[in-house]
Design a protein around this ligand. Structure first.
Ligand code: SF4
Length: 221
């Protein structure tokens, strides 16, 4: 498989099916960061409830969160699950960023490499969360590599195994560092993974089955 041309073909097929998904749904970059932490190990519908609760108490920004009590935050974000752990993460990240930079916007001004080095050692900021913050909150050209993407790309045949994920970093170049395309491509892969390429894939109905190795291998009599 030619990696760049396959990626562009996947983008074309997915866009025909899903169009502009307008992801990430948030009013501010700091809300995106908060959502990226809340969405760990849970569904987006649960995150929405937690976001709604935080908004009702005016706690959807890092400075307000860093001044709020643990008890208040954990109660409000309870619908997102793992709420004690997520409360610690939200407070830790909020306090660190606001005390050192004042806001996420000021941190963004330091540039992408600085932000990667700054965010990656933080507790609760794994690869997927960091990628989401860099792309969706800070508008840096950075393809989001998550479990959905790795699973789909491996089944499709573009990765020999999930350990090859570094190859997916090339997608940022292939999509010309275009922020909108990077955002929508990742959102479309998530949509594909929820509708077709689930843990138990629904290959017969999948829009990519004609070119997917997993399906072709299964179809061989
Ligand atoms: S054909 Fe099956 S394995 Fe391949 S992308 Fe679609 S759902 Fe996933």
């Amino acid at each position: 498989m030619n990696f760049p041309s396959e990626i562009l073909e996947i983008e074309r097929v997915l866009f025909n099916e899903f169009g502009d998904l307008k992801w990430w749904p948030a009013k501010t970059p700091e809300e995106v960061l908060i959502g990226a932490i809340l969405t760990q190990n849970t569904s987006w519908s649960n995150v929405e409830k937690a976001i709604h609760n935080l908004a009702s108490e005016n706690l959807l920004d890092l400075r307000s969160l860093s001044n709020a009590s643990r008890e208040t935050i954990s109660l409000l974000i309870k619908p997102s699950g793992f709420y004690n752990q997520k409360t610690e993460r939200l407070i830790g990240v909020s306090k660190t960023i606001t005390s050192e930079f004042g806001s996420l916007e000021n941190l963004s001004k330091q540039g992408i490499q600085f932000c990667i080095d700054y965010l990656s050692p933080m507790k609760g900021i794994g690869r997927e969360t960091m990628d989401s913050i860099l792309l969706y909150a800070m508008n840096f050209p950075r393809f989001v590599i998550d479990k959905y993407t790795t699973r789909f790309m491996t089944r499709y045949g573009l990765l020999k195994n999930p350990r090859e994920i570094g190859k997916l970093e090339r997608i940022t170049d292939i999509l010309n560092h275009d922020i909108w395309r990077l955002k929508n491509f990742h959102a479309m892969i998530v949509e594909l993974s929820k509708n077709f390429c689930k843990s138990k894939p629904v290959c017969e109905k999948c829009i990519l089955n004609k070119s997917c190795n997993y399906y072709k291998d299964k179809s061989v009599p």
